[in-house]
Design a protein around this ligand. Structure first.
Ligand SMILES: CC(C)(COP(=O)(O)OP(=O)(O)OC[C@H]1O[C@@H](n2cnc3c(N)ncnc32)[C@H](O)[C@@H]1OP(=O)(O)O)[C@@H](O)C(=O)NCCC(=O)NCCS
Length: 149
């Protein structure tokens, strides 16, 4: 069973941090004091996580990671959607993130676009009004049985 859980500021962050340590080899930091973390569990195991915070007039997403054994099962996609949905709930004017080189395509699928390139990361953003979590609308498959239009 797949479950998503939010961890507001002040919550016990053991599960989000366990995924972060596993994927990024980093633990809790000062950003967590003002961030909302989310974890996706697969059969009760923390498998994927990410966080959302407010910085310099925009919502930022970061530390979106899936533990290696669980990759390729759309759990990363679910974390990204949960974070974008939360930003929408907060009426975000824009959402930004720094995508490590090679991951831009993962974020572009949900409409994030390149703003600038650093040494190892690409700054990406999407205006709040362009966030569209309707998978069918963005998908090019014509004969998909799940299509609703
Ligand atoms: C990037 C990452 C989060 C993707 O998670 P995942 O669960 O393996 O990916 P999903 O199964 O949800 O993939 C969803 C879609 O994105 C695509 N995708 C996955 N990784 C991709 C990448 N690096 N580039 C382009 N597309 C990618 C998949 O092919 C899939 O497409 P499809 O639905 O058309 O088949 C995961 O590989 C990861 O944790 N990487 C290390 C940490 C990292 O670099 N995080 C990124 C930003 S902080």
């Amino acid at each position: 069973m797949i479950q998503g859980k939010w961890f507001p500021q002040g919550a016990d962050l053991s599960d989000p941090i366990s995924v972060r340590r596993d994927v990024f080899s980093r633990g809790r930091d000062a950003l967590d004091d003002g961030a909302q973390n989310v974890v996706v569990y697969l059969d009760g195991v923390p498998a994927a996580a990410g966080r959302l915070w407010w910085e310099d007039g925009a919502f930022r997403l970061g530390d979106i990671g899936v533990s290696a054994p669980f990759r390729g099962r759309l759990l990363g996609d679910l974390v990204l959607r949960l974070l974008l949905f939360k930003a929408q709930e907060h009426f975000a004017r824009e959402v930004r993130l720094r995508a490590p080189f090679g991951t831009e395509g993962f974020f572009a699928r949900l409409g994030l676009r390149e703003v600038s390139r650093g040494e190892s990361e690409t700054e990406m953003m999407i205006p709040g009004e362009e966030i569209d979590l309707d998978t069918c609308r963005a998908c090019g498959k014509k004969d998909c049985p799940k299509r609703r239009d």
